[in-house]
Design a protein around this ligand. Structure first.
Ligand SMILES: [Fe+2]
Length: 178
């Protein structure tokens, strides 16, 4: 299936989120001299698998030969990034840097490429998200990509811990690198 087709099948709610993330990606690309087409494609592709059921994600991940860790077995929603990245790669759309960005957009990762740091930020600070620090985090990220990435990671880890969720190991090691 074409990725445009996958996009059209998403709910309006998700498509609007994707459009807002893509717009933030354009701003971050402009501010930090990232490739605009790669930035747009990373935004466009990141949530294409987000509305699949947990079972369908597990099946699709296995079909695509993706690595399943204990966290992914327990929470298959974590697979929506890796699955979408594999779809783009198999379709020959984008570059390794776009696929890496999409693969890690949910958790972040240590040594993540600049496009991936931008996508992690954009997903967290797009204007549809409503929390008091949002604009401040976006402004910081527009000035300093690494500082923005680290602050959004920090914010997410606190948010998760406050609600009794254990942050993914990739997220913790990403934050360790800050
Ligand atoms: Fe997203």
């Amino acid at each position: 299936m074409l990725i445009e087709e996958r996009f059209q099948r998403l709910t309006p709610h998700r498509r609007e989120h994707i459009e807002r993330v893509t717009a933030v990606m354009e701003s971050l690309a402009h501010a930090h001299h990232l490739d605009r087409d790669e930035a747009r494609l990373a935004g466009f592709g990141h949530d294409l698998a987000r509305e699949m059921s947990r079972l369908a994600l597990l099946d699709e991940a296995r079909r695509l030969g993706l690595r399943l860790g204990r966290e992914e077995e327990q929470e298959p929603v974590l697979l929506h990034g890796p699955v979408a990245a594999a779809w783009l790669e198999q379709a020959g759309r984008g570059t390794p840097s776009v696929w890496e960005a999409i693969r890690y957009h949910t958790t972040g990762a240590p040594h993540l490429n600049a496009l991936g740091r931008a996508l992690y930020i954009a997903d967290g600070v797009e204007p549809g998200r409503q929390y008091p620090e949002r604009q401040k985090l976006l402004d910081l990220a527009l000035m300093d990509l690494d500082a923005g990435y680290c602050e959004v990671l920090r914010h997410t880890v606190v948010y998760l811990k406050d609600r009794g969720f254990a942050p993914h190991p990739d997220m913790l090691s990403a934050l360790d690198g800050c």
